[in-house]
Design a binder for this molecule. Sequence first.
Ligand code: NAG
Ligand code: NAG
Ligand code: NAG
Length: 403
Amino acid sequence: MLSNKWSLLSTFVLAALKPVSAAIAPTGCVTFDSSWNLLAFGFNGKDYNAGTQDTWGSGTATDITKSGRPPFNAANTTCYLSQFNNAVYVLNADNSDSSSVFVYDVVGAAWSTQKVTKGQFDPSNFAAILDHDTNVFYAYSNAVIYSLDLGDVKGTASGSAIPWNDVQSPDLASHADNSAVATPGANTAGYQPVVALAQNHIHFLGVPTLQNGEAKIFVIHFSYMQPAPQSYGTPAFPNAHGKAVSFFQPEGKGVQTEFAFIPDDGSATYVVNVVSNSTKGLAGPPKGDPLATYSASTTALVQLSSEGKVSYLAYDPASTTSGGTWASISKLPTATFSTSSGTTSGSSNGTSTASSPGSSQSGKSNPNNGASGSQNSGAARVDVSVVVGMAAAAAMALIGATV
Ligand SMILES: *[C@@H]1O[C@H](CO)[C@@H](O)[C@H](O)[C@H]1NC(C)=O
Ligand SMILES: *[C@@H]1O[C@H](CO)[C@@H](O)[C@H](O)[C@H]1NC(C)=O
Ligand SMILES: *[C@@H]1O[C@H](CO)[C@@H](O)[C@H](O)[C@H]1NC(C)=O
């Protein structure tokens, strides 16, 4: 009887905690331009250029907010540098348009919106890389690998919609050798994708049944999933969920050959070199943050935390072998991330019809509002504290009744 009540209590507590983390999923992103200026998008309604790594310690970032930008009001925003084109592609930046790719042309400082036909691709559940050489996105979503060809888009959206194409249902099983016959969809059940690009290969990490330090490899140019996993030596990164991002090579030096992997617990940063098949163990980020997102230049790994803070780990591929120190980039403001909850019916153009506490009509006073306006998200936070308060009250009532 008592144990039933305790499990009921823990259900209340879990129910209370869950929406808190959901409310702070990043609705902005950080990335680089081709000159390795750090760009931050969706920071309290603004976008910033924080300059190159040598300048991150002081001063203030340049406001680069331009019209035509997406509202940055959707969860799981991710952005990607198209190095050849000096353009940034942003996914999940508008909660009223989950399929479009928002294109920022760095040189022209101009936004355009690429319409996309999503087909079976699920924008709320995927992990993607942007292939360096072909400018094609590859994404794993619900056990299928999809591609989206931005080859003609470059720095400006094209007029017609482009499709996510179904490439294959991969076999993620750990086969003993490469002569194994593939079984489409094998070992994909429950897999939460973690993908990293290096040497024109997509590395799938945290795949069930793989050993620590192993990855399944998809060879992009042959659309071929290698049956046997590749091992990357010691220190072996944990075969766990996390985030991964590739270090770029300087312009003219070709495709990425190293990627960083940060397990969700933030216990370490692993840098994997796919030429030497080796791994370096570096310092983990300031704290474990499964919702944090990452970007990398040629010499820095940058974290955008779910609390909206930006920090970085300097990395010299030639000389960094272990350790390192994360430093915060105070040049950028702290972003406030929250997404709209089901209790508001505001639109993304700033004409919110919400009447919940904290909502604003004009949106001008909303820290999350951008040049193009966005719905106030203060209501989501209020709702969360109400949920927490109600659950706490229920839990107390339960304790009172029990004791
Ligand atoms: C954000 O990502 C989480 C984890 O994959 C997912 O559960 C959630 O539905 C996503 N939300 C949106 C709006 O894409
Ligand atoms: C890395 O592993 C691949 C695949 O097993 C192999 O072809 C390559 O020779 C290895 N590289 C080195 C430097 O050992
Ligand atoms: C804002 O969006 C709403 C809903 O889509 C629409 O009815 C309204 O006309 C829009 N207002 C402006 C000023 O664009």
